[in-house]
Design a protein around this ligand. Sequence first.
Ligand SMILES: Cc1cc2nc3c(=O)[nH]c(=O)nc-3n(C[C@H](O)[C@H](O)[C@H](O)COP(=O)(O)OP(=O)(O)OC[C@H]3O[C@@H](n4cnc5c(N)ncnc54)[C@H](O)[C@@H]3O)c2cc1C
Length: 452
Amino acid sequence: MAVGWEKGLIDRLGPELVRFDLDSRNRLSKDYYWYSPVLKKRLSHKIADSIVIPNHEQDVVQVLSFAAEHRIPLTVRGAGTGNYGQAVPIRGGMVMDMSEMNRIMDIGDGYARVEAGVRLGTLEREARRREQELRIYPSTFEKATVGGFVCGGSGGIGSITWGSLWDGNVLEMTILTMEITPKKLVVSGRELLRYIHNYGTNGVVTELVIPLARRTEWAQAIVSFPVFEDSLRFADALSKQDAVKKRLVSVNEWPIPKYFIPLKNVILDGHAAVLLEVEEGSCAEVESLAERHRGKRTYFVPASNYRKGLGLSNFSWNHTTLWAIKTDPEMTYLQAGFDPNHFIEQTARIKSEYGDEVLLHYEWVRHAGTVMPQALPLVSFTTEERLYEIIEFCRRIGVRINDPHTWRLDAGGRGEQVISMWKTKLENDPFGLLNPGKFGQPNDGPDALPSV
Ligand SMILES: Cc1cc2nc3c(=O)[nH]c(=O)nc-3n(C[C@H](O)[C@H](O)[C@H](O)COP(=O)(O)OP(=O)(O)OC[C@H]3O[C@@H](n4cnc5c(N)ncnc54)[C@H](O)[C@@H]3O)c2cc1C
């Protein structure tokens, strides 16, 4: 590897913040893109020319300034747990690993101010020690960073109560622009919409303020149902009961539960499994609701054992897909939004069209105030054509699909903010160097540009 700017970079940052060795470049150029056979084929050979590991905001300023001066592409990395190759440097250049910027600056009443590289698991533990907790977090929270979640994720555990990142779950972001003299922007309110889920394409986040909730004592349970439809009706009814505090309502049709190897002794053969995190004091109510829907509680973890060993959230959200891929490497997945009033019919249509080729896994969430099932259906992959046929079928029957088989921010289905994000990119990244290729770029030609 000889790119001509190595010495200048070391002179600017000091050798301890820079890596050029192949092992670091390989390791830190990957995320979980391989969940998708489509992305796996296209991204596995992509590698950065160097890695930079800032300790302080001032280091980030130096990196940005150097990259802008020398026109070097820069891809920001949190923990690299994203699923769409968001953190893969498809045009080479530098990867900036934020993991050393991991200071929790303040935990106050109802909020935390953190550097972008703080792990969500660390923050959850610190918050719970102070009788508070995260509102929402991905199932990868032990590894994933706050900055990576806000810039690459969407929702997760807690979304049944608090919604997604776009529902007031980010209060403030500090952003640096990609310029020879980077600007520091402190953003809040509606302006945040231009930066949430931006894949690091229109600014580098150094600091965030996120809201915290009061600590709750969470019990975990699996409720098993011989009839899949009953499990869906139960999950919907429970999700709509505001009196029962919930963090997780995750539904898996059979045979998905059989992929959860560590749970094999508590999984009932042939049954759909609903994984729950509910306030301990509500368990009797939840159990009686389950019985009314012909379900049976088959596993229970009291709140005193919360966070001891693997929790049920380790089998929820996109961890479900991971367990499936471990058993069957041909499995992949989709991201779907079902109609809250017609999800039973939509489910029946998908099952009658595809049978076990598409296995349904739902996460109940609150989306802009409405309780509804989102899904991460598992798909037994054969060809790209077949995958897109399934996507088209879902769309035809009114199931929204956010395509997880593209690295393009403007093609993945979260379209609402694309235009304002693009305009922000033109202002904050005039040379088109931030995570190039993930968003329409001047060099990609007119077809790649969203119309502004
Ligand atoms: C098993 C599994 C389960 C998952 N479950 C969930 C889930 O429940 N919910 C969910 O939303 N996601 C989920 N994901 C995806 C991913 O784990 C989360 O979105 C996670 O929060 C990403 O954090 P990260 O630190 O790993 O970010 P990375 O993957 O490192 O980065 C994500 C994106 O953000 C950008 N970025 C990172 N830090 C910054 C920064 N400081 N400034 C600007 N841009 C930045 C990167 O360039 C990249 O584009 C899952 C993934 C896996 C593999």
